[in-house]
Design a protein around this ligand. Structure first.
Ligand SMILES: O=P(O)(O)OC[C@H]1O[C@H](OP(=O)(O)OP(=O)(O)O)[C@H](O)[C@@H]1O
Ligand SMILES: Nc1ncnc2[nH]cnc12
Length: 150
């Protein structure tokens, strides 16, 4: 199957819900992608292809709470590398680093364990969608921890 066909399967599966969770927001619902093995596999295939083409060295896949957790582990398996959790505040034990950011609706704070990444490791952040790009701040989060974000 071509990449274009995979993209079409994914695009068709994602549903749009206007005015959810508040007026003016068009919510993109990925749950049908998870229900359909072909759509889910297409997502992982395209992520993998993109990463292999653009990043020669990847040490860790990091998933953003919570929808990044749905795709990250399957992708990490493709590369035979580890997966780490970046969680909403207060969920991870031990020393953590945190960052606050604004979302399309509301604000949030993310945390990761201080020893989750070794200095110099190349980390790929995985999530389901970009709305305002507020999560781009996570790049600074990783830089602060002496890592390199791909
Ligand atoms: O581009 P942005 O404005 O940063 O928004 C995108 C982020 O918002 C959603 O997560 P949310 O915080 O709603 O959490 P959830 O995955 O637990 O629903 C989505 O899964 C992305 O992580
Ligand atoms: N428009 C949107 N659809 C789905 N999830 C979101 N998270 C933030 N904005 C979103």
């Amino acid at each position: 199957m071509s990449d274009q066909e995979k993209e079409e399967i994914i695009r068709t599966a994602i549903r749009a819900f206007p005015d959810f969770p508040s007026p003016g927001i068009c919510f993109r619902d990925i749950t049908p992608v998870l229900k359909d093995p072909l759509a889910f596999c297409s997502v992982i295939d395209l992520f993998e292809k993109h990463l292999r083409a653009n990043f020669p060295k990847i040490d860790v896949i990091a998933g953003l709470d919570s929808r990044g957790f749905l795709f990250g582990p399957s992708l990490a398996q493709r590369f035979n590398i580890g997966f780490l959790l970046i969680r909403k505040k207060g969920k991870l034990p031990g020393p953590t680093e945190s960052v606050s950011y604004s979302l399309e609706y509301g604000k949030a704070e993310l945390e990761m364990q201080y020893d989750a990444v070794e200095p110099g490791q190349k980390v790929v952040l995985i999530d389901d969608l970009l709305a305002t790009g507020g999560l781009g701040q996570d790049l600074y989060f990783f830089q602060e921890m002496n890592s390199n974000s791909a």
